[in-house]
Design a binder for this molecule. Structure first.
Ligand SMILES: [Zn+2]
Ligand SMILES: [Zn+2]
Length: 160
């Protein structure tokens, strides 16, 4: 049986939006900067799985980022070797996209990238959210997010 004190503590947590949204089941992969992980953990009430982007060609971790926040889609170009890749299913919608180049207010356009996948109870991806961390001053921001309304979605989890 719960005491009154236990209930009072529960209420305190319930009044803080951030506390509500950060989910105990969140999974944060290696190489995700802590401040970027903190930002991405707040994006959804569902548990999120967060992975850092790494270049498939050279392993580089900083990118020039092209994004379309209307259609939802992100392409990243490796800052070291120029290798291009699309995040999750962005390639399928890129023809309709009108991408912009991401630029921090400080003028820097090279970022570390991390992707948050919001997961349903059975582990399917429902939302993709892409976050950036400026290489110059460490500013973090979400550049695009979009819904995934099909399945299966397991292949998306490796496309970061
Ligand atoms: Zn590279
Ligand atoms: Zn910056």
């Amino acid at each position: 049986m719960r005491s009154r004190t236990d209930k009072a503590v529960g209420c305190l947590f319930g009044t803080t939006a951030t506390m509500c949204r950060v989910h105990a089941d969140d999974q944060v992969g290696d190489g995700v900067p802590a401040d970027l992980a903190a930002l991405l953990r707040e994006v959804d009430d569902r548990p999120v799985r967060i992975s850092a982007s790494a270049c498939g060609d050279c392993g580089g971790r900083t990118f020039f980022v092209h994004f379309d926040e209307v259609e939802g889609g992100v392409r990243r170009d490796c800052g070291a070797c120029g290798g291009r890749a699309f995040i999750a299913d962005s390639a399928e919608y890129w023809e309709e996209a009108e991408p912009c180049v991401a630029e921090c207010p400080c003028g820097c356009d090279e970022f570390e990238v991390a992707v948050a996948f919001s997961l349903t109870g059975d582990g399917s991806v429902r939302w993709v959210t892409v976050g950036l961390r400026c290489q110059q001053d460490g500013t973090v921001a979400v550049c695009a997010d979009w819904k995934i309304s099909y399945g299966p979605t397991d292949h998306l989890l490796t496309m970061t």
